[in-house]
Ligand binder design. Structure first.
Ligand code: IMP
Ligand code: MG
Length: 188
């Protein structure tokens, strides 16, 4: 059946447009404006969660006006390629946190486990402040209350790819965000 909206195949599934590049740029602008206002001339450490946050972080840090240190850590959840399991592995956890303003940069908050675990690990290292900037959040999926200090926007419990977000490692390079099109049949 032909439809007016464009479709995109990533791996074996069909996606449709969800948030375009212009709208993403506005979301990133808005987050940067809030961080710039809150920290003014204070130095911050941007802690970027690999891999999904790399593209969002690259755009966000270039809009920040204070001195910024960039650090990276890897968080992976044990789950399928579309659901997180609630258990995460932190690799190369960054520990130079004491007395620093740390802003965790996350692409999307789903169950909230990644952020909750990271906050737990980092807060015992006595940062001067610890906040979270996330481009997207799925409130319906949060397993417990999650504080997101700087949020782009909330979305439903749907699965999205693009702008750093992957489906089984594909789709990260797309400049817009696409949502799984449930009405389309899974490709054989
Ligand atoms: P959480 O620990 O359940 O909050 O999972 C957060 C991580 O799961 C994110 O950093 C993403 O890597 C991944 N994730 C959650 N939802 C999506 C999605 O819709 N598309 C792609 N990755 C997602
Ligand atoms: Mg991922």
């Amino acid at each position: 059946m032909s439809r007016d909206i464009p479709q995109l195949v990533v791996n074996d599934r069909v996606f449709r447009p969800f948030i375009d590049a212009d709208e993403i740029a506005e979301m990133v602008d808005s987050i940067a404006t809030r961080i710039n206002a809150d920290y003014a001339a204070e130095e911050i450490t941007a802690l970027i969660i690999l891999k999904g946050s790399v593209i969002f972080a690259a755009d966000l840090v270039r809009r920040l006006r204070m001195p910024v240190r960039m650090e990276f850590t890897r968080a992976s959840s044990y789950g399928t390629s579309m659901t997180s399991s609630g258990a995460i592995a932190l690799e190369g956890l960054f520990t130079d946190v004491a007395d620093r303003h740390v802003v965790i940069i996350e692409d999307i908050v789903d169950s909230g486990t990644t952020i909750t675990e990271l906050r737990k690990h980092l807060s015992v290292l006595q940062p001067r402040s610890l906040t979270v900037a996330a481009l997207l959040s799925k409130p319906a999926m949060h397993q417990e209350p999650v504080t997101i200090d700087y949020l782009g926007r909330a979305i439903g419990p749907e699965f999205v790819v693009g702008y750093g977000l992957d489906y089984a490692e594909y789709g990260r390079h797309l400049d817009g965000i696409w949502v799984l099109d449930d009405e389309s049949e899974t490709l054989a």
